[in-house]
Each structure stands twice: as structure tokens, then as C-alpha cells.
Design a protein around this ligand. Structure first.
Ligand code: NDP
Length: 247
């Protein structure tokens, strides 16, 4: 179980699960490529990782922008000449009831949560196929398995990520040696709920979350590390991880 010197791109590394994953994987000896839009947060994280004697590279980018992805991949290859793993983690969750027609937020979720992942896969695939090795980790959600109030669009995006992951695995793993994992957490204590603008949902969700001891981002980082540290022959398809107290 060794990820030493693996080159790992992590999207949405500026906070929450992405940040915790970057710290964990760097500590395990990986070279982590930190990407997101907020450069100041990424630089702070890079400093934190390097202070501990580990390695990190910052390349800012928006996952909905294919040119940004080209930059992320080009910079990674320029520095490290390979891409071993991508963690497609960037995501948004502005939950709302359909009747309230927050259609701009629907579009954003579809763009970031689905196209952000497909863009990430398209960007790294030529390198991984040439190498005949690689690992794609997509952050889906328990919301990809069951509906949460106000989550018709969010849950749909996460179900799409889960099914996309299974399709990727079946097409890529046997032929190209590219492993694929879908990570499906329940409530994790991060900034994810900050983008909710629908007051009805805010009122409903807060007590639901308060009722349980949520997962910490570090719990998900552990799960990601577990999935990518397996021997090549073992593909961890799904990791479904819930707070013990969440129904
Ligand atoms: P955070 O809000 O803390 O992190 C979201 C990250 O996504 C940020 O780093 C943000 O960076 C990045 N991001 C958002 N939009 C874009 C964009 N257009 N381009 C690039 N990066 C972007 O939330 P979490 O850590 O909780 O979320 C991480 C993933 O985990 C998401 O996919 C989420 O759906 C999933 N998840 C979270 C759960 C939870 O309960 N927290 C449960 C299950 C799944 P920046 O703004 O700097 O660009």
C-alpha cells in the first residue's frame, strides 16, 4: 500500500474534502497538484504542505473551462512528466426546491458537478491511455443514491457522476489499466452548504445536519487514500461512507 511519488491532481483543493485529501496524500509521499479558482487558499495550502517537507504544485483553474484544464495538465506534465491519479472533487450544492425555479443554480451544478468531472477525465485521459495506467477518483455522494430535500438537481448530478464512473471503469480498466473509483459520502463538515440561497431549504437542512455528528473531511481523505493505495489488480469501485448517526 504505497503511493510514494505518485503525481495526483486534486480539483477543489482550496477547501473541505479536497484540502484534506491534498494534505493526506502529500503526507503519504505523493506529489499533489492543487487546483481550484481561489489562488490565495491554494497558496496557503501549498505552504502548509511544504512546511512539513512534502511536495505540492499550484495551478489555478475553473473545472468548467476546458482551456484551464489544458493548463492544469500541461503544467503537471511539465513538472512531473506523468499523471498517476486525478481526484475530480470540485463541486457545488446550492440546494433548492424545484418550484422556486433557481434555474441559474441548476445550470451551475450541472456545469461544475457533471461537466467539471467529464472535462477532468477528458483532460487526463490521453496521458493515462498512453501510459496504460492511472486512477480516476470521482467524488459522487450519498445523494447519488438517495434524494435529499431540495436535492432534485444536486442528487441527479451526483447520480450522473456515479454512473459515469461505472462506465469509465468498464471501458478503461480492462483495456488500459486505468482504475476508477466513485466516492459517496454522507454529510461532511465543509463549506459546501454556503452556496445555498433558498431560504426554505436552509431552514430545513440546518436541523437535519445538526442532528448528527457529521463526517470530517479527513475521513474522506482516508477513503480516497485507501482506494488509490490498493494493488493494481484490485479496483475499489465505490466507497459509500456515511456518518454513523445519519439515516
Ligand atoms: P467545499 O465547498 O469545501 O469545496 C468545494 C471545492 O470545489 C472548493 O475547493 C471550490 O474551490 C471548488 N470549486 C467549486 N466550483 C469550482 C469551479 N467552477 N472550478 C474549480 N473548482 C471549483 O465542499 P466539499 O469539500 O464538501 O465538496 C467537495 C466535493 O464533495 C463536492 O463535489 C461535493 O459535492 C462532494 N460531497 C460533499 C459532501 C458534504 O457533505 N460536504 C457529501 C458528499 C459529497 P474554489 O471556490 O476555490 O474554486
Amino acid at each position: 500500500m504505497n503511493i510514494k511519488d505518485k503525481v495526483i491532481i486534486i480539483t477543489g483543493a482550496s477547501s473541505g474534502i479536497g484540502e484534506a485529501t491534498a494534505i493526506k496524500l502529500a503526507k503519504e509521499g505523493a506529489k499533489v497538484v492543487l487546483t481550484a479558482r481561489r489562488e490565495d487558499r491554494l497558496k496557503e495550502l501549498k505552504d502548509k504542505i511544504e512546511e512539513k517537507g512534502y511536495e505540492a504544485l499550484v495551478v489555478t483553474g475553473d473545472v468548467t473551462n476546458k482551456d484551464d484544464y489544458k493548463k492544469i495538465v500541461d503544467e503537471t506534465l511539465k513538472h512531473y512528466n506523468t499523471i498517476d491519479v486525478i481526484v475530480n472533487n470540485a463541486g457545488l450544492m446550492p440546494l433548492s426546491y424545484i418550484k422556486n425555479l433557481h434555474t441559474d443554480e441548476w445550470d451551475k451544478m450541472i456545469d461544475v458537478n457533471i461537466k467539471g468531472v467529464t472535462n477532468g477525465v477528458a483532460a487526463v485521459l490521453p496521458t493515462m491511455m498512453k501510459q496504460k495506467s492511472g486512477h480516476i477518483v470521482n467524488i459522487s455522494s450519498s445523494a447519488g443514491r438517495k434524494y435529499y430535500p431540495g436535492g432534485a438537481i444536486y442528487c441527479a448530478t451526483k447520480a450522473a457522476v456515479k454512473m459515469f464512473s461505472e462506465g469509465l471503469r468498464q471501458e478503461l480498466a480492462p483495456k488500459y489499466g486505468i482504475n476508477v473509483t466513485s466516492i459517496e459520502p454522507g454529510f461532511v463538515d465543509t463549506e459546501l452548504t454556503d452556496t445555498i440561497t433558498d431560504e426554505e431549504i436552509k431552514e430545513k437542512l440546518a436541523p437535519m445536519i445538526k442532528k448528527v455528528t457529521t463526517l470530517e473531511p479527513e475521513d474522506i481523505a482516508e477513503a480516497i487514500h485507501y482506494a488509490i493505495a490498493q494493488p493494481k489488480r484490485a479496483n475499489i469501485n465505490d466507497v459509500y461512507i456515511m456518518p454513523t448517526e445519519q439515516e
